[in-house]
Design a protein around this ligand. Structure first.
Ligand code: ATP
Ligand code: MG
Length: 311
């Protein structure tokens, strides 16, 4: 079943005198997110990521297009009973303690007072805030606020969790802990929708990624699909690449070049790679390793955004 589906969803914000000022935040955005997956929306500042989440939560009205969450066509406020949301730049009243924040949001979300304290303890433990549960949130650090925000998003045991920049301001150890929590939630069948511009983060946890820029969907796929560079291989060799190999390989590979002890072969097929290896062996070259070259998601992201996408 699909957890989230959007069809040609667009949003134009209108403001100013006679609402004449227009900002197009999202243009005909269509995606599908399967239940139980971690899906990330990646894009630079102002790409439209937060706008998309707000429309899915019926906090902003689409200008055109349609969307559904958990099979319910939007707008439908009942969807909110089944979702958790960590907004970006969230603020809680500073005079409340961490557990009072959770208690407040739990009550707002309709949780019964009976099981709530137990659930709050479990969540504070989960996000590593147990020892600060009775501290007022005005004394919380940025990272502690993010952790509390994550606990808040989970307070009503949602089916889908929307997290807008969840690791913003969190230190590397905390980020790793948050990734573990997300993986654990996934194991328990939850769907997680993540907004981020932290590419390395997204790469580590996501099943699928969509890249958004200036409101347009540039690409969607698995992390592997996004990072595969096609058929570039790095062949480790000892010594230098013999000239006859370079000449012979030029006839069939896209590119063959040497940097130090590594030969990079850009091939169209694995058969071509094997021909390169045969050539090297024929000329007595010792091969120490063969690896498929991958770009990081960051490389793919930057080349997509700057329009330098490789074929
Ligand atoms: N309430 C609003 N009124 C007018 N314009 C808005 C409003 N909210 C967002 N925008 C504009 O819509 C565009 C998309 O904004 P959005 O907040 O969705 O981007 P984002 O991808 O979440 O960015 P960031 O990574 O900085 O959080 C931006 O140009 C922004 O200025
Ligand atoms: Mg945003």
């Amino acid at each position: 079943m699909l957890a989230i589906e959007s069809n040609a969803l667009s949003k134009v914000y209108r403001s100013g005198l006679l609402r004449r000022q227009e900002v197009t935040a999202l243009t005909e955005f269509s995606i599908q997110v399967e239940t139980g997956q971690i899906f990330s929306l990646l894009g630079p500042n102002g790409a439209g990521k937060t706008t998309f989440i707000k429309m899915l939560l019926s906090l902003a009205a689409p200008t055109s297009g349609s969307a559904s969450v958990l099979g319910r066509r939007l707008p439908d406020v009942r969807v909110r009973e089944k979702v958790g949301y960590l907004p970006e730049n969230h603020r809680y009243p500073g005079y409340l303690t961490g557990e009072q924040v959770l208690s407040y949001f739990g009550a707002l979300g309709g949780s019964h007072a009976g099981p709530l304290p137990g659930r709050i303890s479990t969540l504070m433990e989960l996000v590593g805030l147990s020892q600060w549960r009775t501290m007022k949130v005005k004394k919380y650090s940025k990272g502690m606020m993010q952790r509390l925000g994550l606990a808040q998003a989970l307070i009503n045991d949602p089916e889908i969790i929307f997290l807008d920049e969840p690791t913003d301001g969190v230190d590397p150890v905390g980020r790793k802990e948050i990734r573990e929590i997300l993986r654990d939630l996934k194991r328990r069948g939850k769907t997680i929708f993540l907004n981020s511009h932290l590419l390395s983060e997204v790469e580590l946890v996501s099943d699928r990624v969509a890249v958004l820029d200036k409101g347009h969907l540039l690409k969607v796929g698995t992390v592997d699909e996004m990072t595969a560079t096609g058929q570039a291989y790095v062949i480790g060799i000892t010594g230098t690449l013999p000239e006859p190999v370079t000449v012979a390989a030029r006839a069939f590979v896209i590119r063959l070049s040497q940097q130090g002890e590594n030969v990079t072969a850009e091939c169209r097929t694995t058969a071509e790679l094997n021909r390169v290896i045969d050539l090297l062996r024929k000329h007595g070259v010792e091969i120490t390793s063969v690896t498929r070259q991958r770009s990081t998601l960051e490389d793919s992201f930057i080349s997509l955004i700057t329009g330098e996408a490789r074929p």
